[in-house]
Design a protein around this ligand. Structure first.
Ligand code: ARG
Length: 464
């Protein structure tokens, strides 16, 4: 029983079922770097405030660095009876350096310790996510650069709507990931206050310097309220939300890739390296990567709901429920990072099938809006122009023909406002290039949007 730091009050050994049930070290050992950094900053501060002697602080720091090295090398053995990473490291420190190790916990509690470690952990993950988002945005720009002139059917309701530049379509995802980037940056900024020194919940009578530990650990300032500091997990929830939004965006992209890659569409081809085969059907080359990304979204959303529900109605300040924050956050961070990484590869390796795109553009009356716009430009109220075009489409469907099959005379039989130039106005390329309104798909716009996207990406590099 003596091996437990809190054993003084206890007369019985912990039931082995309780030990197994309540331990978190099997997962929170992933926070060991943050825990050791936090402890070193705390020891240095205690030393400066003369709460620890120079010798004690030095022994603690050397001891902690030794433990870090052993964990790095995989030769440290964590003991589940010591519950979590914090008590494992502290107990081992005291075992290695004796008395001084037992002073490290002066003016802190595991409650502020875990909140500090976890904020630093999430901060690190958010930085990784931002880096991965930048990479995928770069890839999108590179692909878009190759495909300004590639025209494809833009869809609504998954039906042919209007032609767009493939680059324009890709740059829509650039916008989503840029928003994701700024969301992650905001979360990281908001979480960047240090709980350390809030102790169990009420602060400490020791004359500590919370500014010092905050700045040593890269925080902007100490959290202002000790009770909030130890009981807040907003940062974890926000990070889980950020991950959910990224996954939602990735799943939309994954879904499009699956559709485009299907034999019915064949708009794109995926490289073999990013596909897998079937154990029975020899002809198969499946888009499993995109499907897995789509499939993983559920777990990431679930993690967000788990966190929100775990925190709901919790009285202040710390409650053990909060230990359940680790699994959902760590899982969401791991998942979103691996999905960003693999989707980056997949998008970079996407090959466009121009023949299939061209064939598809001739279907579905994709430039019908251009016919209506043509008449509206000539002064016909748009509603009337829409009606006339609708009648043309309806007739052509019955005849099994399409807009480009119509002669000028046939056009004029619907309205004498049609002139020779209607025949070119219905070409997909003209349709695209006429959409010069700000944010529209005209190739001239898309080229500017590309240059603009590059600049916006570069300015992120400078600002971070
Ligand atoms: N392992 C705990 C957690 O992750 C650390 C805090 C424990 N505090 C306590 N009063 N039992 O939340």
């Amino acid at each position: 029983m003596k091996d437990k730091p809190w054993s003084g009050r206890f007369k019985q050994e912990t039931d082995s079922r309780v030990e197994r049930f309540s331990e978190s070290v099997s997962l929170d050992k992933r926070l060991y770097r943050q825990d050791i950094d936090g402890s070193i900053a705390h020891a240095q501060m205690l030393c400066k405030k003369r709460i620890l002697s120079d010798e004690e602080a030095e022994a603690i720091i050397t001891g902690l660095n030794g433990i870090r090295k052993d964990i790095d090398e995989g030769i440290f053995s964590f003991n589940p009876a010591l519950e979590d990473v914090h008590m494992n490291i502290e107990a081992e420190l005291s075992r290695r350096i004796g008395e001084a190790g037992k002073k490290l916990h002066t003016a802190r509690s595991r409650n502020d310790q875990v909140a500090t470690d976890f904020r630093m952990y999430v901060r690190g993950c958010l930085a990784e996510i931002q880096r991965a988002l930048k990479e995928i945005m770069e890839t999108l720009i590179e692909q878009a650069d190759r495909h300004v002139d590639t025209i494809m059917p833009g869809m609504t309701h998954l039906q042919h709507a209007q032609p767009v530049s493939f680059a324009h379509h890709l740059l829509a995802y650039f916008e989503m990931f840029l928003r994701d980037y700024s969301r992650a940056r905001d979360t990281a900024k908001r979480l960047n206050e240090s709980p350390l020194g809030s102790a169990a919940l009420a602060g400490t009578p020791h004359a500590i310097d919370r500014e010092m530990t905050a700045s040593a650990l890269g925080f902007d300032r100490p959290c202002r309220n000790s009770m909030d500091a130890v009981s807040d997990r907003d940062f974890a929830i926000e990070a889980a939300f950020d991950a959910s939004t990224i996954m939602m965006h990735l799943s939309r992209m994954a879904e499009e890739i699956i559709i485009w890659n299907s034999s019915q569409f064949s708009f794109v081809e995926l490289e073999d390296a990013f596909c897998t085969g079937s154990s029975i059907m020899p002809q198969k080359k499946n888009p499993d990567v995109a499907e897995l990304v789509r499939g993983k979204v559920g777990g990431v959303y679930g993690n967000l709901i788990a966190l929100l529900t775990m925190m709901k109605s919790l009285p202040l300040a710390y409650n053990r429920d909060m230990q359940e924050d680790k699994l959902p956050v760590i899982a969401s961070m791991d998942t979103v990072l691996s999905c960003l990484e693999v989707m980056n590869g997949l998008i970079g390796a996407l090959k466009v099938n121009n023949d299939a795109l061209g064939a598809s553009l001739s279907k579905g009356f994709i430039t019908a809006t251009d016919v209506a716009d043509y008449l509206a430009e000539k002064g016909l109220p748009f509603r009337d122009a829409h009606h006339i075009t609708g009648e043309m489409v309806s007739l052509l469907i019955r005849q099994g023909r399409t807009l480009s099959d119509l002669s000028l005379d046939e056009f004029r039989s619907f309205s004498d406002m049609f002139d020779e130039d209607i025949l070119s106005a219905i070409s997909p390329l003209q349709s695209v290039d006429r959409r010069k309104s700000f944010g529209g798909t005209a190739r001239e716009n898309v080229r500017k949007a590309l240059a603009d996207a590059r600049e916006r990406l570069e300015s992120l590099e400078k600002n971070c």
